[in-house]
Design a protein around this ligand. Sequence first.
Ligand code: ADP
Length: 353
Amino acid sequence: MKENEVSGWLREVEHPAKGDRNIVDLGMVEKIEAGEGSVTVTLAFSKHRDPLAEYLIGSAKAAIIRNAPEGTKVEIRTIIKDEAPKKKPGLDLGDEELTNVRHIIGIASGKGGVGKSTVSVNLAVSLARLGYKVGLADADVYGPSVPKMTATEGLMPDAIQEGEKEVILPMEKYGVKWMSIGYFAKPEQALIWRGPMACNALKQMILQVRWEELDFLLIDMPPGTGDIHISLVHDIPMEGAVIVSTPQDVALADVEKGVNMFRNESVNKPIFGLVENMAWFTPAEHPDERYYLFGKDGGVRMAEKYGIPLLGQIPIVQSIREGGDCGEPAALSTRPDGLAFVALAEKLAQTLK
Ligand code: ADP
């Protein structure tokens, strides 16, 4: 491998907050050491904390892995320019951006596909409808859905200088402040979000955002239970969690894992409630009929078993799915499905008073 070859690969890494100019042209690649079977790249960041530092480190690594012969050892080092002693950027995050947030709530699910993101987005919109100041951080690295569900896809949040550091400004729509890892990750770079670097990038994208004063910050967590969850709960000062499930047995078995994770000694966070999503199906033309496609009251029984309040039951309704697909959340409407989310929001707000 030649150094200029590696430099060519690094040109694939664009800085989303700098007009998509690549890191080589931006002068951020300080040094490339390419040998047989190994590459070490040193990236230089300015003394101001770059809110996308972790994202760029991950993307640089991914670009080399994509292009280099299989098995190449890749190391990315970082330096801060014009500052001594040298230190790694982005890792000295405080949580000062969150000091004006009253309640930080994780929205979790035992497995994917149960409607966790749908519930998170609609809950956020409903809380805003009730007059609360709300933010939602989409931390679902496996499938960030906030950009699509709010029709803000393709938009790029601005970064601004604030004193000694840069902060990201959240998107604002439907009365809610939105931030999503999906605004920054391009599909071909998805691989970096699988690794441990996902944790650092996620934290930065929650902690280095100018949320300002909020009553509620909802964190749409990745599905399942794993290292990312434990790390998120440790690093973000979450007050507790809400768990979303369908009434189906298999989903409920996964809920059990989720409950155990939050109640585990090392995490030890309260669970404020369970949301039973897809509780029944009601055809639009027969509003009084209910069909229990995934079983009846599974969520109710689970809530009883674990002593968790049941915050609400949300039916399967075509308009909820359509609202997600076209970026206009159902909770904006005055239809029964919209009001079901508002009732959920009311219950959560009461629980936390
Ligand atoms: P998760 O975040 O748990 O993976 P999503 O929120 O992405 O799940 O939902 C999965 C799919 O199910 C989406 O297409 C969504 O529109 C649909 N969906 C979720 N909840 C409902 C509901 N109550 N009624 C109809 N469709 C729903």
